[in-house]
Design a protein around this ligand. Structure first.
Ligand code: ME8
Length: 497
């Protein structure tokens, strides 16, 4: 029975700078959040899933200037490209937020008011990296460059500061009391040592520059782009008009490792200062290189998700990104590896299992009887199928997306082996009872597999659901046993050319 009130869950992607076109790195973070959102929805949760674009700041203003467009037109055009990418990679987001929207400006300003007790005015002078949108401490600048390799420039201006230094102990206590607040563990340790090394107050406004959210009551000052950007998460939940406490407490922020500090240090400090609820977890994922090199426009090796989808297929991309590399680690995007994954894991293992079993059932006219006892071998596969979602639940809650795929493919392999061992094409001539048992177990396994892959490969799962005449709307359907089922003749899921 469905629960009266659904449990809540929230997952977010970083909001992307609109200083260039979307590439596979952006698609990666977005698809990760989508997989988690889809899994939770199938598992009966009420899910809030947001993504969007980060449109203020020097970097965007300069890109607009370079393009020759006014910054509003420029923002509309590039933000649209990110929205189109969301469609192209089949995101199921509820909200695509733009930081130039009125609701967000109101929200960021309301947040500012709530942290005002920790804000003071002074002046700033130091090195700024526009590419990272970050001040760089003097001792980290080498040969005019930030640690990220981005050039820095000298800035001097009147600025508001946030008393970050007074949050050092509170943050360390937060990490201590909530060991899962930052994941993976190695990244958590990095954040803890950064905070232990001492926090300086943070400059959170700009006065030499106006492409940003105006600071309430301080003419000539706009918000530092990161305080503006981080506020997107609460804007999306309806702040300041709605109470965001319960969704925030269940919120997992998926971010790239390079922006973990903003999310795991500055963001909780702002939220504590405002008296708002903290998210449940910040998960930092790794970076993709392309054919062994950093993706860069000048090298010309930036992976365009549209090209990959055109050449290999969307579900193929969604599978590859999360099977090839453990989520949290860095990976290399290689076409050769992608071809292999598609050929072995998708076509040979999954495609073949579905094809051989469902085509066989269709050939013998379906109508499987279910009045038999399962023998040991049959029970093993049957139990494994039943446990698949339980195992996945645990892994998805740890954002172990690769582990979840491995678990599914374990069942795919075991099911293929079961077909080879049981030889239904011989049983059809010798033992109808056993044949029914074997085929029913295989249907259970394919159905569980279809549910398991649904968050990762939604189109492929839908095809299997259609072959088997299943709705595929909730994991609860796995509890319904097959009786007298007939099937459509399946078309190959991953045709080889
Ligand atoms: O940092 N590999 O935006 P951004 C993997 N606006 N992931 C990659 C990647 C790659 N090569 N390149 C980008 C910002 N990403 C801020 C965020 S959030 C409140 C504000 C992904 O356009 C990764 O998730 O630079 C990274 O964190 C995100 O895109 C950064 O996008």
């Amino acid at each position: 029975m469905r629960k009266e009130r659904l449990s809540e869950f929230c997952v977010t992607t970083p909001i992307y700078y609109i200083n260039g076109d979307p590439h596979v790195g952006h698609a990666y973070a977005s698809i990760a959040a989508d997989i988690i959102a889809r899994f939770k929805r199938l598992d009966g949760f009420r899910v809030h899933f947001s993504t969007g674009t980060d449109e203020h700041g020097i970097k965007v203003a300069r890109s607009a200037e370079k393009s020759g467009m006014d910054v509003h037109t420029y923002s509309d055009i590039i933000s649209r490209k990110f929205k189109d990418m969301s469609r192209a990679v089949n995101l199921s987001e509820h909200d695509f937020i733009r930081t130039t929207e009125e609701r967000h400006i109101r929200s960021a300003q309301a947040l500012w008011k709530m942290i005002e007790k920790d804000i003071y005015k002074s002046s700033y002078s130091g090195w700024y990296s526009a590419r990272d949108e970050e001040y760089v401490p003097e001792n980290e600048v080498v040969d005019g460059k930030a640690p990220s390799g981005a050039p820095v420039e000298w800035m001097e201006e009147e600025s508001f500061f946030f008393r970050l230094s007074s949050y050092q102990d509170k943050l360390l206590e937060l990490y201590e009391k909530n060991p899962d607040f930052i994941a993976p563990v190695a990244r958590r340790n990095e954040v803890i040592s950064f905070v232990k090394s001492g926090l300086k107050d943070l400059s959170i406004s700009r006065s030499k520059f106006n492409w940003g959210i105006p600071i309430p009551g301080a003419d000539g000052h706009v918000m530092y782009v990161w305080i503006d950007a981080l506020a997107n998460y609460i804007t999306s939940l309806g702040f300041p008009d709605k109470d965001v406490t319960s969704m925030m407490s269940q919120c997992v922020h998926i971010v790239g490792k390079e922006i973990l500090r903003f999310h795991a240090v500055y963001w909780p400090a702002f939220l504590i200062s405002a008296g708002l609820e903290l998210p449940r977890r910040i998960f930092a994922h790794g970076w993709w290189t392309s054919e062994g090199q950093k993706m860069s426009k000048s090298i010309g090796n930036v992976v365009d998700p549209y090209d990959v989808i055109k050449n290999f297929g969307l579900d193929q991309l969604r599978y590859f990104l999360f099977r090839e590399v453990r989520f949290g680690e860095d990976g290399d995007f290689s076409k050769e590896n992608m071809k292999n994954r598609i050929s072995y894991d998708l076509a040979n293992d999954l495609g073949n299992l579905v094809q051989r079993v469902l085509a066989f059932i269709q050939k013998i006219g379906g109508n499987l009887e279910t009045n038999y006892d399962l023998n040991e071998a049959e029970k093993r596969v049957f139990e494994k199928s039943k446990n698949l979602i339980v195992q996945m639940r645990n892994l998805i809650d740890k954002q172990d997306l690769c582990g979840a795929l491995e678990t599914i493919w374990n069942l795919v392999s075991e099911s293929n082996k079961f077909v080879n061992d049981m030889k239904p094409w011989e049983l059809v001539k010798t033992d109808t009872n056993r044949l029914n048992a074997v085929l029913t177990v295989l249907c259970e396994s394919i159905r569980s597999i279809a549910f398991g892959i649904a968050p990762f490969l939604p189109d492929t799962a839908k095809k299997i659901f259609d072959f088997m005449d299943i709705e595929g709307k909730s994991f609860e359907e796995i509890e319904i046993r097959f009786t007298n089922q007939t099937f459509e003749a399946p078309i190959p899921l991953f045709p080889k050319d």
